[in-house]
Design a protein around this ligand. Structure first.
Ligand SMILES: *Cc1c(COP(=O)(O)O)cnc(C)c1O
Length: 304
């Protein structure tokens, strides 16, 4: 750190020079990226809420209402009337929360201590991080034509299974696993089922509405316990905006930790101090586009 203050212009010159080394979404040199340039309106709103800390929602009551409203809007997109969840930093944190909920739930209600998660070989690497942090063992389900092989899942289920994971929109190929079948199996076996729609969540529902023949992947399937869906992937929200949606409040409850110095008694998120700006910007951009706006954007993407 410098001893003396430095003039703004000098600092900005240095930062701009370094920023010039970055690729820009508009310069045509980024061929593959899961994220996009955020919408200018979302950025405007983001800036307004920079100071809002959802880690202490008693102090930021309005922003907390906004987060609840976004979760409701995303829930509606995913066919659930009363969703629970949070806007988090991204798909990685969302998947980590889902695996933590599944592990804690299985520990509390089934007494499973050294749990396993069944994850397809095509899964995002965030599940490896989650398993490492949560001390869970990953058992990999085989693929059949790049999608999860349902028979393989059946064979891997054991009395240590705390969760099954499937993907709606794989990172590499955009494929959707046979989620309806897996949902049935998970439900019959009373196993937590998580759907990772980090990438596909903000496109598949609109594509289905437009008449594309894509399978159901959401809470209308009774076995689905949680869904990861990232506004910063295909939703045009600024980074960091990931979404984790739970079917029941008890999945948040099993993660609750006492938070003594805050205005709320417990906290279920992994992150403490966390951005309210992400929630506000996501709320704004979802309202601004509406289903029609997103569908039009996606239509353009599919045709071009
Ligand atoms: C991108 C992605 C993630 C991770 O999301 P981050 O926002 O990068 O943390 C998880 N799952 C899938 C399917 C993804 O495409």
């Amino acid at each position: 750190m410098d001893e003396k203050p430095i003039d703004k212009h000098i600092i900005l010159d240095e930062l701009n020079e370094l920023k010039d080394l970055d690729h820009d979404y508009s310069d045509g040199r980024i061929l593959g990226s899961m994220c996009t340039k955020a919408h200018p309106f979302a950025k405007e709103v983001y800036y307004k809420f920079l100071d809002a800390n959802l880690g202490d929602p008693g102090l930021f009551k309005g922003t907390k209402i906004i987060e609840n409203k976004v979760i409701e809007s995303i829930g509606e997109l995913l066919s659930i009337e009363k969703p629970y969840g949070n806007i988090v930093t991204g798909g990685t944190e969302a998947n980590l929360m889902a695996m933590r909920a599944a592990r804690n739930h299985a520990r509390k209600y089934k007494g499973i201590v050294d749990g396993e998660i069944i994850v397809p070989q095509s899964a995002h690497f965030s599940f490896k991080k989650a398993a490492d942090m949560l001390n869970l063992k990953i058992v990999e389900a085989k693929l059949d034509n790049y999608k999860i092989d349902v028979e393989s899942i059946k064979q891997l289920i054991s009395d240590k299974t705390v969760a099954i994971v499937a993907i709606a929109g794989t990172t590499e190929l955009g494929l959707i696993d046979p989620i309806e079948e897996i949902s049935k199996i998970a439900h019959e076996n009373n196993i937590y089922f998580h759907v990772d729609a980090a990438f596909g969540g903000f496109s598949i529902p609109f594509l289905r509405d437009m008449g594309y023949d894509l399978p159901v992947f959401d809470f209308s399937l009774e076995g689905v316990c949680s869904i990861t869906i990232d506004p910063h992937k295909m939703g045009l929200a600024p980074i960091p905006a990931g979404g984790i949606i739970f079917r029941k409040e008890e999945y948040l409850d099993v993660m609750a930790i006492d938070s003594p110095y805050l205005t709320v008694k417990t906290q279920s998120t992994i992150v403490g101090t966390r951005s309210g700006a992400a929630s506000a910007a996501t709320y704004a951009i979802m309202k601004y586009f509406g289903k029609e706006g997103y569908s039009n954007l996606i239509k353009e993407l599919m045709v071009n």
